[in-house]
Write a protein that binds this ligand. Structure first.
Ligand code: SAH
Ligand code: MG
Length: 208
């Protein structure tokens, strides 16, 4: 991975350990080699950390990364929950807003021509999305409903030979919530995906 972008990704705020970020980057590079022309999409932009890992791969392969988020935070990011960061609440509206920080992060990384923010609710966008994807990264809401809905709506858009990555997959319930693991199992059991790699809680699957 480009050294400057790797440093920017590691410095960015968010939830992506360096080894998993690199594995994510490498998977996206691989996806671009496997599927000609098609873009990448991630669900769960937050402050732009994973978008730099994926954006670096997109830039090198002359692709676009669509980075989808309503920027209002997941359930687990809200006040009173485990993953809340109080300075991300807009004092004017009283609700979370990660879009300003996301935009600054992508601007400073020099990725504005490569990373396209899609600001909206995943099911709203997913219901009308039709473009085939070389790479799909699911890292949005981790509750049962949002995770299964993201899998239902978006996994069909992965092109044949393309890759699906899922974050926060914890086979042992003691390590974290179940829904990302459940959709990982659904993907394998569907027969449409097989596992390519595992790094920490990141799973990379290939579409047959
Ligand atoms: N990939 C990020 C972390 C994502 S955190 C990183 O590298 O740091 C999960 C994100 O999913 C949050 O920003 C939240 O706003 C978003 N999210 C949760 N539910 C969503 C939904 N229904 N539609 C769009 N975004 C959603
Ligand atoms: Mg995550």
């Amino acid at each position: 991975m480009d050294t400057r972008l790797r440093a920017a990704a590691e410095a960015a705020r968010g939830f992506m350990p360096p080894d998993e970020g690199l594995a994510l980057h490498d998977a996206a590079v691989d996806a671009a080699r496997r599927v000609a022309g098609a873009p990448f999409l991630e669900i769960g932009a937050y402050c732009g950390k994973s978008a730099i890992y994926l954006g670096a791969a997109a830039l090198a392969a002359d692709r676009v990364l669509f980075s989808l988020d309503h920027h209002r935070g997941s359930e687990e990011n809200q006040a009173g929950w485990e993953w809340h960061e109080p300075d991300l609440v807009d004092p004017e509206t009283g609700v979370m807003d990660t879009l300003p920080l996301f935009r600054r992060t992508i601007f400073e990384a020099g990725l504005e021509s490569t990373v396209v923010a899609v600001v909206g609710d995943s099911p709203t966008v997913g219901a009308i999305w039709t473009t085939q994807l070389a790479f799909l990264f699911i890292d949005g809401g981790h509750g049962a409903e949002p995770a299964h809905r993201d899998y239902d709506l978006w996994s069909a858009h992965v092109a044949s030979g393309g890759l699906l990555a899922i974050h926060d997959v914890f086979p042992d319930p003691a390590d974290g919530g179940r829904p990302p693991y459940e959709i990982y199992c659904r993907a394998i059991e569907s027969g449409r995906f097989s596992q390519r790699s595992a790094t920490g809680s990141l799973r990379v699957l290939v579409r047959s």
